[in-house]
Ligand binder design. Sequence first.
Ligand SMILES: CC(C)(COP(=O)(O)OP(=O)(O)OC[C@H]1O[C@@H](n2cnc3c(N)ncnc32)[C@H](O)[C@@H]1OP(=O)(O)O)[C@@H](O)C(=O)NCCC(=O)NCCS
Length: 164
Amino acid sequence: MEISIRNYRNEDVAAILEIINYNILNSTALYDYNIRTTDQQLAIFDDKLKKGFPVIVAESNNEVVGFGFYSEFRFREAYKFTVEHSVYAHQNHVGKGIGKLILTELVELAKAQNLHTMIGVIDSENTSSIEFHEKFGFKVVAVIKETGFKFDRWLHSVFVQKML
Ligand SMILES: CC(C)(COP(=O)(O)OP(=O)(O)OC[C@H]1O[C@@H](n2cnc3c(N)ncnc32)[C@H](O)[C@@H]1OP(=O)(O)O)[C@@H](O)C(=O)NCCC(=O)NCCS
């Protein structure tokens, strides 16, 4: 499977929403309850891009098969060298190297932006994402218990961190 990485464009939003909304409905990867609309998602990415943060997609055979981005971890000024990232592969294409390409690119972009550290917040049930991140040098630094409630159960947030 040949995969390339490029910057996000507005016309990618439908393919990205397919991935996001699948995960909202079927997993604890996202803590939303309700699927997102196109306008909501366009606004989310627009805000990140206006602040100078990257949104990237993975493409294969002219189809978007994954995406990733980072943006501020928290909003106070002293957090400005810290970002929180997300990475997603399409549900039909996990384990094919898409996440690897996206995360590698995000780390390179963060270094180029002179950032100091990257944080991922992963649901504790999402062991595949935790293990995936550990392969890239992220370390589990905290588990914040019962921070989410979805599918009638409490969810725990695992914070993974990589120093750049
Ligand atoms: C987590 C996710 C981004 C990983 O992307 P992916 O494209 O499936 O992973 P890759 O094929 O690029 O794998 C990269 C490396 O991680 C490892 N890895 C991937 N999934 C793994 C798993 N379930 N368990 C252990 N290792 C795993 C691979 O073995 C691979 O290592 P290698 O390079 O030594 O072979 C993807 O599975 C996904 O989008 N899952 C659903 C949404 C999600 O949970 N996103 C993250 C939210 S925090």
